[in-house]
Design a protein around this ligand. Structure first.
Ligand code: GUN
Ligand code: FE
Length: 451
């Protein structure tokens, strides 16, 4: 398969790269050759490849290939309550809204209906890879993996573990630690059996330290070692969580996760707002990553992740929507929020105080290009997969963006430098501008009735 078009991507944190290129894919949808127009072999290879290819896709002038977006933190079962009940503090929201909703996924028919709708919706927003929390239920968690496989999305899925009787309701928790560990192991094996070209991966998923017994945390650490799979949880998200963990263990969230073997090169911890510089060191030493969820953090943590400080410590930071703690399923909206929140973090927010007294954190600003990098290349690195930018050996995951779509025609009167086109798209595009979405070289979404 050969694809030709104008492209934008961010191969490193500060680099916006763009141009016109040909992509040759192997039968698995991996980029085997990427030839830019400036290269002398371009015309000859184009003739050759187009004559030989089984399938060709030419992106029309005026439309652009963007890499598929990678969401590092989605609670799939919370999709029905996206945009609901966001004014409660985290612990109240969990007890009163979230746990009763998640309990409903004992019903696999309900799970199928919601999960199909969510995955389809995320694909239409250009999200090609997702790291999902499912629920405690093994069957519907496996079903989420299967549905992603069928719908063409690359997914990493976790059966949630939560067994602590003090912080979880009787109606929604694992029966006991032993059963939770057995179910997790069976879940890992079942998901490893799923066979889809884009990859569906099992993830060890303690909900967060407060909801898990010591026994279950230790057991999950052993399973992470045994199966070498990804691990996800919430870490230092809110003041409440953070203090709860300290009271129970006499040490910080990060240290507890590390001591139980849950902080590995394949660990992605959501939020991290309260991580100290010492915690950052521990993350770095273990090669673990952070999923920044900027919209959610504004509601439940009332705070901003110090992205730059963690990056300086060598910690990989990717991006997540945190549906439904974050109301928006769109990574575009979260990219915008990364930039906005970072500016408030840098200066502090009380304009009536002199700058020096606002409590801002110097050197915290994240640019739009850097924020786009979080949602693509950095998230790919966090997952330890070859995804996130256009590069030989990487999966061809892409969105075709049309800035001139009638439903959302972006301004086109001036400011037509490539950097300006990119910036305008990332700030202003919505679903109507995403014409097509490819995962692993396969078309998985196309705007209805339009080519
Ligand atoms: N901490 C534990 N569970 C959750 C959850 O579902 N959402 C968020 N944002 N934080 C959590
Ligand atoms: Fe979350």
């Amino acid at each position: 398969k050969v694809i030709e078009g104008d492209y934008f991507h961010t191969p490193s944190a500060h680099t916006l790269d763009y141009g016109h290129a040909l992509f040759a894919l192997d039968e698995f949808g991996t980029i085997v050759k990427m030839i830019r127009q400036e290269e002398s072999s371009f015309d000859e290879l184009k003739r050759e490849w187009f004559a030989e290819a089984e399938q060709t896709v030419v992106v029309p002038k005026g439309r652009f290939l963007f890499p598929g977006l990678i969401d590092l933190h989605v609670h799939a079962p919370q999709w029905p309550q996206a945009g609901i009940a966001l004014d409660e503090p985290l612990e109240v929201w969990l007890d009163q809204c979230t746990f009763p909703l998640e309990a409903k996924y004992a019903d696999v028919d309900f799970a199928k209906e919601v999960y199909t709708d969510l995955v389809t919706n995320l694909l239409s927003r250009g999200t090609t890879t997702v790291l999902y929390f499912a629920t405690v239920h093994k069957e519907s968690s496996i079903l989420l993996g299967t549905l992603c496989g069928e719908l063409g999305q690359r997914a990493l899925v976790g059966k949630v573990v939560m067994d602590h009787p003090d912080t979880t309701p009787e109606t929604y928790r694992d029966i006991n630690a032993k059963q939770a560990l057995a179910d997790t192991e069976a879940f890992i094996k079942a998901v490893r059996e799923l066979d889809y070209p884009q990859g569906i991966y099992p993830v060890i998923t303690p909900r967060f330290v407060p909801s898990c017994s010591d026994e279950v945390l230790a057991g999950l650490g052993k399973l992470a070692e045994k199966y070498q799979v990804h691990v996800q949880s919430h870490c230092s998200e809110s003041q409440w969580e953070h203090e709860h963990v300290y009271e129970r263990f006499g040490k910080r969230d990060t240290q507890v996760l590390a001591d139980f073997g849950l902080l590995t090169r394949k660990s992605i911890m959501a939020h991290g707002n309260f991580l100290t510089p010492e915690d950052g060191e521990i993350f770095h030493d273990h090669g673990a990553s952070v999923a920044h969820c900027p919209i959610s953090n504004a509601y439940f943590a009332n705070s901003v992740l110090p992205v730059k400080r963690l990056q300086k410590q060598g910690v990989t930071v990717g991006l997540g929507t945190d549906i439904s703690g974050g109301f928006s399923p769109s990574l575009y909206e979260n990219i915008r929020q990364v930039v906005m929140s970072s500016r408030m973090l840098e200066e502090g927010v009380d304009a009536n105080k002199p700058l020096a007294k606002r409590g801002g954190l110097a050197d915290s600003r994240v640019s739009l290009v850097e924020a786009f990098y979080l949602a693509t290349t950095a998230s790919g690195q966090a997952l330890d997969l070859n995804i996130g930018c256009f590069q030989e050996g990487f999966s061809f995951d892409a969105q075709v963006i049309d800035p001139n779509h009638a439903q959302n025609r972006l301004p086109h009167f001036a400011f037509q430098q490539p950097e300006e086109i990119f910036s305008r798209i990332v700030y202003l595009a919505d679903q109507s501008n995403i014409r097509q979405v490819f995962v692993q070289g396969k078309l998985v979404h196309e705007k209805q009735g339009e080519k």
